[in-house]
Design a protein around this ligand. Structure first.
Ligand code: GRF
Length: 206
């Protein structure tokens, strides 16, 4: 058992996004509809001030913040990292959920939230890590792809896998059509993993 906690104790999460925020929305809907209980979203963080997901989060009454990550282009480090660590601690956040957050998480945040950062990735890891996972699957003529929720470590999409959902790749799939079907699975996977964490933890591996 990797993430082991007292069952049904309230789980306070922060969700990190960069643009559309549909996975975040699926989590917020699950909470609103009481499919996902004992989870509260303390904050939605975006490194992009124009992220559509920020508006969606506000429409659910959730606090949002824009985190200026300059001067870095692809990672969350330095002053922004220090700032967010202190905000998340102040809000007693138990778990960080990355949902389309397009920056590498570095050592400062990882060590402050060791084994308490999870991510969703649109492939069956370890296959197709990094950017454009759906295009990679189509180019590789994979027969099956899907999505993965995993713990975040210092590597690229490399942390311990929590759960996966499979999606068949059709012969005439394009990156877009495959991405749409995978996204649908993502939306039903993320809140279920959170539900299992609230129920007492998630088991990694066999
Ligand atoms: C999803 O495909 C997720 O797996 C990946 O980025 C995309 C985010 O989409 N990490 P959205 O912002 O949740 O709509």
């Amino acid at each position: 058992m990797f993430f082991n906690r007292t069952p049904q104790k309230k789980l306070t999460i922060a969700i990190f996004i960069s643009s559309r925020g549909s996975n975040m929305e699926a989590i917020l809907r699950a909470i609103r509809d009481r499919r996902l209980k004992n989870v509260s979203v303390a904050l939605v963080v975006s490194d992009n001030p124009d992220a559509k997901g920020l508006e969606i989060a506000r429409s659910f009454g959730v606090e949002t913040m824009y985190l200026d990550c300059a001067p870095f282009k692809t990672k969350l480090e330095g002053a922004a990292e220090e700032r967010i660590v202190s905000i998340l601690r102040e809000k007693n956040v138990d778990l960080i959920c990355l949902a389309g957050f397009m920056r590498m998480i570095k050592r400062g945040l990882i060590s402050a939230f060791r084994n308490r950062i999870i991510n969703i990735h649109p492939s069956l890891l370890p296959a197709f890590p990094g950017l454009d996972a759906q295009a990679q699957a189509v180019a590789a003529k994979a027969k099956v792809s899907g999505c993965t929720i995993h713990f975040v470590d210092e590597g690229m999409d490399s942390g311990p896998i929590i759960r996966q959902a499979k999606v068949s790749v059709k012969k005439n799939d394009t990156e877009k059509t495959l991405a749409m079907r995978i996204l649908k699975k993502e939306h039903s996977l993320y809140w279920r993993v959170l539900r299992d964490i609230v129920r007492g933890g998630v088991r990694i591996g066999a």
